[in-house]
Ligand binder design. Structure first.
Ligand SMILES: NC(=O)c1ccc[n+]([C@@H]2O[C@H](COP(=O)([O-])OP(=O)(O)OC[C@H]3O[C@@H](n4cnc5c(N)ncnc54)[C@H](OP(=O)(O)O)[C@@H]3O)[C@@H](O)[C@H]2O)c1
Length: 434
């Protein structure tokens, strides 16, 4: 008779409550799939008196996650508290040190401490599983770690933050301003009262850091990622992009190039033909370019209690089956340091929107500055609308460049600004030929 697998769950909020419910409802299915009976033996949250959306079971309540993490009858410690430090880090560290498997949905924790936690897990020969930490219910971790084992991955790009994708979708489909799109997302509970973490691109960066490590065998390093958010995107940009056959998406991209593994999060223009451009609202998606497969794209719910809990259940089932892989696919000691590839070296096409003073010579000077920096223009368009700056009338102008480098674009724009025809720092988006 195979022994029971005993679970301790710390955090009984949106995700934790769903995990409890699923474990209660699917006990039979789980033991059928894994060959082991799985039961919750301990739980923990901040407030013991709070009403929870599940029927309490015959488990022990623990007052701290740390106490639950080292409880002698816990085989898998499930961390669903959140936060990159504090109780989540302390409890996960203790659990691994005491030989407990860990399942977590906490991308912030792993993006910051993933390497040392992976080392601890490997030293204790236990699992550190985090399917739920990236793209919620989309099984991208397993795909990278197992489905694509043996393939060479050259590029990953993803819509990894539902809040940003929701706001950008609303701007495009309903003509909302950025501020109104954000307010709508907050009203519906898709965005926090302080939305900086999402709209500033940091949440996407945490998830990208994990995907990069799995795909390229580099140590998780969120500091190696160039990060820009979506705050500066205007409706005029969305409309100009649409007129040119593009959509604007906040993408996390990691790709192998001659400089190393370039990791970046920024608003990106992609053509309507790209699978990622069809992903609207809070949905997440990840495209992976692997040598033999060319492109694989996974699309699905990136958040929400049920979808995220399903990913936690998949990790628990895996452990019950005896599947204890290296957390980042290869031994943590063999992960190579992830060096930051300078964004100045990025090569690609650019969208540049600027307000140009409406007087003779302005267009010609801009075109000259671009040519002086070796930048070839695919198109130059004057868009409708005007703006007044220091008494002058300015018109919006959009340039689309052929492939060039970020450094040349920045240098050319510095020269354009110095000429004094432009009213404010130009908006630039990288164009991805997805
Ligand atoms: N929500 C999603 O859609 C989603 C998607 C993907 C990943 N995740 C990740 O899943 C994790 C949990 O997210 P969530 O949305 O479920 O969060 P949540 O609803 O805020 O729940 C957090 C839980 O942690 C408990 N908690 C907080 N501090 C604690 C402490 N010091 N000691 C013990 N318990 C403590 C809270 O207790 P009380 O209930 O008593 O306050 C609550 O039950 C996070 O890492 C998040 O990034 C969430």
């Amino acid at each position: 008779m195979v022994e029971k697998l005993r679970i301790g769950i710390a955090g009984l909020g949106t995700v934790g409550s769903e995990v409890v419910t699923m474990l209660q409802m699917r006990a039979g299915q789980l033991s059928g799939q894994s060959g082991r009976q799985i039961e919750i033996v301990g739980v923990c949250a901040r407030d013991r008196t709070r009403m929870r959306p599940f029927t309490p079971g015959p488990w022990t309540w623990y007052d701290t996650p740390e106490a639950l993490a080292v409880a002698p009858d816990v085989d898998i410690f499930v961390e669903l508290i959140g936060g990159e430090d504090g109780p989540a880090l302390n409890a996960v560290t203790l659990a691994l040190q005491h030989g407990r498997h860990v399942v977590t949905a906490n991308k912030a924790l792993l993006a910051r401490h993933g390497l040392e936690l992976a080392r601890l897990a490997e030293a204790g020969k236990v699992a550190l599983a985090f399917e739920a930490a990236v793209a919620g219910g989309v099984p991208v971790i397993k795909m990278l770690r197992e489905g694509l084992a043996g393939s060479q991955i050259n590029r990953i790009s993803g819509i990894l933050n539902g809040t940003c994708n929701y706001i950008l979708s609303k701007m495009e489909t309903e003509g909302l301003s950025f501020a109104d799109g954000l307010a709508e997302a907050q009203r519906l509970g898709y965005a926090e009262a302080d939305p900086t973490f999402d709209i500033g691109g940091f949440d996407t960066a945490h998830k990208l850091a994990l995907l990069t490590s799995l795909a390229f065998g580099t140590a998780v390093d969120r500091d190696a990622i160039h990060i820009e958010g979506i705050e500066s995107i205007t409706l005029a940009d969305i409309r100009a992009a649409a007129a040119l056959g593009f959509r604007v998406k906040l993408l996390g991209v990691a790709e192998r190039n001659e400089h190393g593994i370039e990791q970046r999060v920024h608003p990106t223009m992609i053509t309507h033909a790209a699978p990622l451009s069809q992903v609207m609202g809070v949905t997440n998606a990840v495209s992976i370019d692997a040598d033999a497969h060319q492109r694989l794209t996974l699309i699905g719910p990136g958040a929400g209690g049920k979808a995220t809990a399903a990913a936690v259940m998949a990790d628990i089932t895996d452990i019950a089956r005896g599947n204890v892989p290296h957390p980042f696919a290869v031994p943590a000691t063999s992960l190579t340091p992830g060096e930051r590839v300078p964004m100045q070296a990025h090569r690609g096409g650019y969208y540049i929107r600027m307000f140009v003073e409406d007087r003779p010579g302005a267009f010609a000077t801009i075109a000259t500055r671009m040519a002086e920096h070796g930048i070839s223009l695919e198109s130059i368009m004057q868009r409708s609308g005007t703006e007044h700056f220091l008494g002058a009338t300015c018109v919006p102008v959009v340039l689309i460049t052929h492939a060039t480098t970020e450094k040349l674009v920045r240098d050319a724009l510095d020269a354009v600004l110095a000429d004094g025809y432009v009213s404010e720092r130009p908006q630039i988006f990288r164009i991805e030929r997805e």
